[in-house]
Design a protein around this ligand. Sequence first.
Ligand SMILES: [Zn+2]
Length: 280
Amino acid sequence: MYEARSTTAGRVFSAEQFEALDPALRSHHRESLTCTGCGAPAYFIRTARNGRAACFGARPHGDDCEMASTDGEGSAPGSLEEADTIVATDSVFVLQPSRSRAITHVTEGEDESSRSHRSGRRHTGPETERTTRKSLALNKLLRRLVREPKFRRSKATLVMPDNTSTTIRKFCVPASTVDASKALPRRLYWDYVSYVHEDTVRGGAWLNLSKRGAPGIRLNEGMLASVKAAKKITDTGDLTGCSFLYYGALTRKTTTDKYYFAPQDPQWFIVRLKKQDADR
Ligand SMILES: [Zn+2]
């Protein structure tokens, strides 16, 4: 994005103006940059050697911030990767299960303490980095995977429920890239459902991907009812074209030796209906 507000300077800077500041002043103000659209903490990216103009980014923007689409605007090839790397070193997301009704609170504890440590070394120069530690519910994670290609490649840290750390890029796997003839460990599998097959004999349904050889999703009667209730739909066919996110491993089907997804816990399997991303 081309502008950002500095709360310490009490004004909005264009990237060009910000770059022209005295280096000491610039490193002072860069700690307080925020997005003019949503108020999220922002960072400054100086003019690159490849000629990409100076700009600002935010980590990450608030929902529906109109400035989000201008991150990396007018950039030279390779600069998106560069911006991702910057997000990566800064951001820590703490994965939370899906909560359809409860309000998700941002984990502030560590953030506050690291912020006060930082204020003591505000003048150490441009290398000083800020860490934002945010809780990320499954629903929000899927929304970002679907809508932000840059986010899928992000090397941002993802803290799992067992407290192990990984990255978004490593752990979030598009299910259509998976071969259903092989066992795979627990990951965050996501993709799009291309057709739905109701199981009139055993109840529940199969959600299938368009890619041949990719694993399907078997929802038992209880899971199907829970997914439909969460999305407020009565027709199973409305799941056609939805995206899904599942935290789990592949299950082996004994009759065919093929693997598939068999979610059992509504907290770790969610969908986004096609119409939720109609403006995509
Ligand atoms: Zn913003």
